[in-house]
Ligand binder design. Sequence first.
Ligand SMILES: [Zn+2]
Length: 289
Amino acid sequence: MALNMKDNRTVQILAGAAAGKYGVLAAIAYNIEQLTALVRAAEAKRSPLIIQLFPSTLKQLPTLAFAAAAAVSQASVPLSLHIDHAQDVDHIREIIATLPVDSVMVDMSHYEEAENLEKTRILAKECHEKGIAVEAESGRINGGEDGIADTGDLEALFTSPEDVDNFIAAGIDILAPSIGNVHGDYGPAGPAPGQLHFDRLESINKQISDRVHIALHGTNDFPPEVMKRCIENGALKLNVNKLLLEVGNEHVRKHAADTPLVKLLDEGIRIVQQETEKWMDICGSSGKA
Ligand SMILES: [Zn+2]
């Protein structure tokens, strides 16, 4: 981990989770209501939280990053603002030059490994010069989510021991391994038995030996026990999207036609807050702020 990143909010939150052996939600918001629900949950549970925005959301709602940054600086619990799956080099440079973000996922996983590493190394240096921490994806996690380009024909590549050392050498702060996790849905029962390689996660964690932190992507449909097992095996930054937000989307789908707008928004915020609080309890971050 780059020494000059010790004061970085995202790195501090993850260092706290590592020391306390719990996981921290890194939660996507697509709009201001979801952002509000996430922050209220963190305050209510006295939990640290990483707020995540997709690059596509930065283009769709250009002021949302500033709202999130205001929430981060005004909160009474440790929060940070992270940009998830930034896949375009020019956009990454624009983001770090213009937006008040704490960390960025420099996702060059759609390139072949050598180019992925080289681009990651250059961008990590540029981010660090601005005090911004960097996450990268080693190997390739398959699938797509609302806000991330689908990997399409590219094959999933599991993270190897060489990948781990190569990415640490590229100067990153957070590693997102590919261990059978996928973007998108697993199905109502969650990952199939054997689909997630817990042994691979455990050995990656041992190999890392506290040099960087581990982010786990692809948590849609996770049952609580799967999430807990990932945390036990070293995952600290738990990327969540549909796992928290779907209950709110479902509410809108059911009640939009016959509920006044302000009431609909109020109820949606409350429902997503409740779901977020539940997962903070499951991940063990409640009361840790
Ligand atoms: Zn992801």
